[in-house]
Design a protein around this ligand. Structure first.
Ligand code: DAT
Ligand code: MG
Length: 150
């Protein structure tokens, strides 16, 4: 069982796509264990994207991510990190396959609607950046016992 951090970026909120995007993750079977509408500070954006510091798109990325509210989601499920990355699609909307979130809802390079952690280390680090431990909720869903029996 893995946990991952998903961000619905400012373009998702501005375009009123919070519901349709959350639905993609829920209908796949991921469990929402944390959810937060928030404004990302310059400091948080810099920490979150520190691996990209110095790249040509970095300043624009931080400006975009701090430009309006985002929805932070903590999701749990079997192979949640790679499952969510597949649901998101390729980084640029123009390259992302139809059927993915980025492939179905956008065509832009930078305004690509969602962030998802890309490794277990990144997921742990990013979940800690966006959620206090008490705001992540463990609870049972009826199909958890079916998955455990597999
Ligand atoms: P991903 O979000 O698919 O993990 P990433 O971590 O390589 O992609 O990059 C982080 C974000 O930065 C990405 O969602 C959009 C933006 N970005 C990356 N490469 C870019 C580029 N060449 N031009 C503009 N924006 C870019
Ligand atoms: Mg990334």
């Amino acid at each position: 069982m893995q946990r991952t951090l998903i961000l619905l970026k400012p373009d998702a909120v501005q375009r009123r796509l919070v519901g349709p995007i959350v639905e993609r993750f829920e209908r796949k079977g991921l469990k929402v264990i944390g959810m937060r509408l928030m404004k990302i500070s310059d400091q948080l954006a810099a920490t979150h994207y520190e691996a990209h510091q110095g790249k040509p798109f970095y300043d624009g990325l931080v400006q975009f991510m701090t430009s309006g509210p985002v929805v932070a989601l903590a999701l749990e499920g079997n192979k949640a990190i790679s499952v969510c990355r597949k649901l998101m699609g390729a980084t640029f909307g123009c390259d992302a396959d139809a059927g993915t979130i980025r492939g179905d809802f956008g065509i832009s390079n930078g305004f690509n609607l969602v962030h998802g952690s890309d490794s277990t280390e990144a997921a742990q680090r990013e979940l800690e950046l966006f959620f206090d431990p008490e705001d992540l909720h463990s609870y049972e869903l009826i199909d958890d016992s079916w998955n455990a029996a597999e």
